[in-house]
Write a protein that binds this ligand. Structure first.
Ligand SMILES: Nc1nc2c(ncn2[C@@H]2O[C@H](COP(=O)(O)OP(=O)(O)OP(=O)(O)O)[C@@H](O)[C@H]2O)c(=O)[nH]1
Length: 338
């Protein structure tokens, strides 16, 4: 389930990568020319090299390696930062630019990746600041200045990582809100976005995912006879039953109205039928429903599986026709064949 919710995360980071790379190009090219004009060849060649790799990075965005581009971007940024720190940049003020560069790299990474990046960058900057590198080529920092720089860089990493963590949690909460059904607490149709269906379709060569399309029988009558709020309560109870019947890898979705879709991953056919019947019987024998209606409520269920020959959409319409068959055969039953 966690995997499904994380699907969109990479794409957002990708868009951010494009914008940051473009903005970075403009700045780096301008500073590269300024440094060149001032005969600061070390800085200008560092900046032009960074632009060169940035262009390659943008090209990679269009290829299957696009997920790696934010790593490449952060490595480029770290190298520019360390180079500015070591060579001093323009008038030995290059270290000032390392702060926005670090924040930029941390913003395109996840918290865990950012922690690795921060550790590597701080280690690199510690070497540049405190180890005796040839003073001819490299800037010499007084111990007090070096310590101040190091501590402020450390503080910046911590603050940015906290902000990235807050942003990740907020995004996750927002995404959860858009894919959850308010009444039952199950997922709604939005959880089955293009990516998820593609994952199911790709996996169908190795495994079968069973689709259980579940519909409450004569639900309109329940609403008409006992009121809408009783109808709502029945939907909540069914949601609870589905939730308790699921394993972590399964997915229970309120498909709409009084119709539910359950996706059982890597499930043998006999087991899928057994689970469907368990759900049906549990619902029929539910004590809270018996108290509310003074009689049992029942379910009709149609089952179909994805397979090498059957994509998700086709399997779903097969489950739907089997559900229709269950209804026409008298309801309160599970149908899994023609
Ligand atoms: N209480 C409640 N009712 C809903 C909700 N969503 C849809 N319904 C009702 O569900 C009923 C579905 O009725 P039908 O599609 O005719 O199906 P049915 O009465 O269950 O009949 P069969 O499916 O043929 O057994 C409609 O009366 C809808 O108003 C909801 O969120 N809460």
């Amino acid at each position: 389930m966690r995997r499904i919710l994380d699907v969109s995360k990479g794409n957002k980071k990708l868009t951010l990568t494009v914008y940051l790379t473009l903005i970075g190009f403009v700045f780096l090219t301008a500073f590269g020319f300024i440094s060149w004009y001032n005969s600061n060849i070390k800085t200008s060649s560092t900046l032009f090299t960074a632009v060169f790799f940035g262009v390659i990075n943008l090209y990679l965005l269009k290829t299957k390696y696009r997920d790696f581009t934010r790593y490449i971007l952060s490595i480029i940024v770290a190298l520019i930062g360390l180079s500015l720190l070591a060579f001093g940049g323009q008038d030995a003020t290059g270290y000032l630019w390392t702060f926005p560069l670090m924040a930029m790299a941390l913003a395109v990474l996840s918290v865990r990746e950012g922690m690795c990046f921060a550790a590597a960058y701080l280690l690199g900057s510690f070497s540049v600041l405190f180890l005796p590198l040839g003073s001819e080529t490299f800037v010499h920092y007084e111990p007090v200045t070096a310590t101040r720089y190091f501590l402020s860089a450390f503080a910046l990493c911590c603050i940015t990582l906290v902000l990235v963590n807050i942003q990740e949690n907020t995004n996750r909460q927002l995404r959860l809100k858009t894919v959850k059904d308010d009444l039952t607490g199950l997922f709604n149709r939005a959880i089955l976005d293009h990516n998820t269906i593609e994952q199911i379709n790709l996996a169908r060569n190795e495994r079968s995912d069973y689709l259980l399309l579940i519909d409450i029988d004569h639900f309109k009558k329940i609403n008409d006879n006992f009121g809408h709020s009783t109808g709502d309560e029945i939907l909540v109870i069914l949601g609870e039953i589905l939730n308790t019947s699921m394993r972590d890898s399964d997915l229970a979705i309120r498909w709409g109205g009084e119709e539910f879709l359950v996706i059982l991953q890597r499930c043998p056919s006999v087991h899928a039928q057994k689970i469907a019947n368990q759900i049906r019987i549990e619902f029929e024998q539910n004590q809270r429903i018996l108290q509310l209606l003074q009689r049992p409520a029942t379910l009709s269920i149609g089952i179909a599986a994805t397979s090498q020959n059957l994509m998700f959409d086709k399997a779903l319409s097969l489950a739907d026709s089997r559900l229709y068959k269950a209804k026409s055969q008298g309801r309160n039953r599970v149908v899994f064949s023609e």
